[in-house]
Each structure stands twice: as structure tokens, then as C-alpha cells.
Design a binder for this molecule. Structure first.
Ligand code: PGA
Length: 261
């Protein structure tokens, strides 16, 4: 696969179910203070707070003109209707949400999200002019039994079904080995590179080589300031989806600034 395409890295902070809107405000203000135009020039940055914090974070980014992109962690695939407890992509788009995480392994595992549901959500996010960050990744059992490639290929194919090559090119895929999430155990840079490169090959089969060369593939799973630079140096890794280390401004800023190290 061609790996010399200029894909600007995207470092995304997935806050999961952490921080109420007061804490969110503090975190985003601290983060804005630590990052500068030099960082935004070379790296795109997004934060993905819980739904209840989105309006607060959006207002802060907007008023202070901070070029951090606003992200969500999930959404439903219908625009409106009798779906108690769900949040629609139309509502997120109105809040200037730019990126929506779709099919995170925690949603697949704890909330039973299927590949088909993930695909519907990918389409819904795109329909509203936002960018999906579609997560894929294998469990430890799947890895140990040599099924990593089969698992991620199936998720990529199903998740991208019916998506145009042009839309795929502008998307983000996050490769997150499930055994590395929140465990402090990250894939070695070589392993992460091998699987992201493999994923890019699957995207080429599904959407063509141009889309595969353009799609950004993040690595996620225990990314920390100490391992970010080495992971980001891999030719097929175009950024990171960061959980635990995104909850603290200094740590997340240090990851965004991996290029300085
Ligand atoms: P982690 O989470 O960085 O805490 O491993 C990553 C994720 O779940 O997106």
C-alpha cells in the first residue's frame, strides 16, 4: 500500500463516562492553554465528552476560538422519533460536533452493537456532514487464536458497506485491540503497524486504493505520552484514540505534542 500520502494525524480524547460539565469545562480550558497553533498546524485534535457536556464544551471552544474539534462518543441512526434515551445525529450536528465515535468496543460488548448497527450509524453520521471514527479491534482470545485479521476485516467490510469511496476517504478508522484498552498493555508499534496496514489493504478492496491511501487510521489502547511518538511514527498509523490519558490535560497535551519528542 502507498503509505506516503499526507494524512494529518488526528489525536482524539475519548472521555467515556467521565467528567460532568463543570469538570469538562475545566479540562478543555486547561487543554486549550497547553496547546498552541504550532500543535494544531501539524496535528488535528478532538475531544469526545459525554452528551451532557457537549453544549458547555462547544460554547467554550467557540467563544475562545480554540481549534480543537468537538466530538461525540455515540449516536443513534434515526434523525428523530420515539427512541427514548437516544441522541440523534441531527442534534449533534446542530452542536457543531465534527466527529462521532461509532462502534467503540465498549458499545459493541456492553450494549450489544452489531456490525449492521454500526454500519447504520456510519451512514447516519455521514448524512449529517460529520466524520465517523469507526472502531474495530480483536479480543485477546481472537488474537491468541490467530483471528485478528479475520475479525477486523469483517468489521471493516460490514461497517463500510454502502459507503461511497469519497466518504470513506474522509473517514477515520480506529484500530483498538480490545485487550489493550484500559489495561496499560499496548500493542507494540510493529504489531499496531502490521494490523493498521492490513486494515488499509481491506479498505482498498472495499473502496479502492485512493480511499485507502487517504483514510486516517488511528491506533487506540493504552496510548500514553511515553509510547505515543513511537506508535505515531509508524507509516500506517495516523493518530490515536486516547481514553484514560485524555482525562488529564497535561497527559493529553503531551500525547498531542508527540512530534516534539
Ligand atoms: P485507553 O482507551 O486509552 O484508556 O486504553 C482507549 C479507548 O477505549 O478509546
Amino acid at each position: 500500500m502507498p503509505t506516503d500520502h499526507p494524512r494529518k494525524p488526528l489525536i482524539s480524547g475519548n472521555w467515556k463516562m467521565h467528567h460532568n460539565h463543570f469538570e469538562a469545562l475545566q479540562l478543555v480550558q486547561k487543554l486549550a492553554f497547553r496547546l498552541s497553533d504550532d500543535d494544531y498546524d501539524v496535528t488535528d485534535v478532538s475531544v469526545h465528552p459525554p452528551f451532557t457536556d457537549l453544549r458547555t464544551v462547544q460554547t467554550t471552544l467557540d467563544v475562545d476560538k480554540v481549534p480543537i474539534k468537538l466530538g461525540a462518543q455515540n449516536c443513534y441512526f434515526e434523525d428523530k422519533g420515539a427512541f427514548t434515551g437516544e441522541v440523534s445525529p441531527a442534534m449533534l450536528a446542530k452542536l457543531d460536533v465534527a466527529l462521532v465515535i461509532v462502534g467503540h468496543s465498549e458499545r459493541r460488548e456492553a450494549f450489544g452493537e452489531s456490525d449492521e448497527l454500526v454500519n447504520k450509524k456510519v451512514h447516519a453520521v455521514l448524512r449529517h456532514g460529520m466524520t465517523p471514527i469507526m472502531c474495530v479491534g480483536e479480543t485477546l482470545d481472537e488474537r491468541d487464536s490467530g483471528n485478528t485479521e479475520a475479525k477486523v476485516a469483517g468489521q471493516v467490510r460490514a461497517g463500510l458497506a454502502g459507503v461511497s469511496a469519497e466518504a470513506v476517504a474522509a473517514m477515520v478508522i480506529a484500530y483498538e485491540p480490545i485487550w489493550a484498552i484500559g489495561t496499560g498493555r499496548n500493542a507494540t508499534p510493529e504489531d499496531a503497524q502490521a494490523t493498521t496496514s492490513y486494515i488499509r489493504g481491506v479498505v482498498a478492496e472495499v473502496a479502492g486504493t485512493d480511499a485507502a491511501a487517504a483514510v486516517r487510521i488511528q491506533y487506540g489502547g493504552s496510548v500514553k505520552p511515553a509510547n505515543a511518538a513511537e506508535l505515531m511514527a509508524q507509516p500506517d498509523i495516523d493518530g490515536a484514540l486516547v481514553g484514560g490519558a485524555s482525562l488529564e490535560a497535561d497527559e493529553f497535551a503531551a500525547i498531542v505534542q508527540f512530534h516534539r519528542h
